[in-house]
Ligand binder design. Sequence first.
Ligand code: SAM
Length: 300
Amino acid sequence: MRSMNPLSIQPIPYQGSKRSLAPRICQLIPKGIETFYEPFAGSAAITIYAATHNQAEKFVIGDSFGILVDLWEMIIERPGELSERYSEIWQAQHGNPHHFNEVRSAYNNQADPVQLLYLVARCVKNAVRFNKHGHFTQSADKRRTGMKPDKVERTVHTVSKLLKGRVELYKGDFEACINNARPSDFIYMDPPYQGTSSGPDKRYAAQLERDTLIEALHRLDTRNVPYVLSYDGRTGDKVYGDPLPKSVNAHLLEIPAGRSSQATLNGGDALTVESLYVSHGLEIFDMTVPREEQQIRLFA
Ligand SMILES: C[S@@+](CC[C@H](N)C(=O)[O-])C[C@H]1O[C@@H](n2cnc3c(N)ncnc32)[C@H](O)[C@@H]1O
């Protein structure tokens, strides 16, 4: 089997994956970390990058979307079974225009993680949507067939080899997931966007209250656990979500994340900027240097 470029490893093609920002986010991880936690894992892009570069001894992948965690369990423990079953589901779409909708109904009844992978891979823009009952509602992307089975096979075997034996999976709320984190550990958090996740068809299976997050950050400060939090951002002058209050003991850094595709469609060229809150305990900052210059030093 061909070996993969570590930057292209993406077993779950989730829209909103932080894969492209991973090299920049991961330079904020201190050396000598014991356990790296990603409690809002989704496609766990930051864990994969950090594990590829041996940035921690152990990893914890957590998500409150239980079927996604079941999918992670299959990726890591049973990659062969997963890729075979994915291939069967994927092949069966040829010649059956109703296949995606049939798999979607079956998934909404049976909660099968392999069906979920097919739906994520084949749906419009890989952008999952759920209704208030947690049912998958996104439609098929008519122009694409979804990730090819041979790519799935290569990717899941690579990820299994990378993480097996040094990862723990957690199904449930982020706070319980990080409950045992210590100052020698590190947490990367990417909660659902406050500014863009509301409305009838949700981007993620669960939403998160801003106050709940703020209280959790206060508790991490008290416990001296270092963290980086991705939290909303802006495109041009349009700001998503409110900034976090001063009581949160973290620096705000803004990473330029390229041009917004929506703005390009509308004829504009606004830059998207992602907000990162970096806990004070990380000591990566030179406090004598203005924030803008620190950003340039870190993310140039
Ligand atoms: C923005 S996505 C994370 C994307 C991820 N950074 C990636 O690279 O794919 C947020 C994830 O948090 C999960 N989630 C939402 N509320 C949660 C909670 N209270 N506790 C744990 N996970 C939660 C969602 O199911 C979703 O997978």
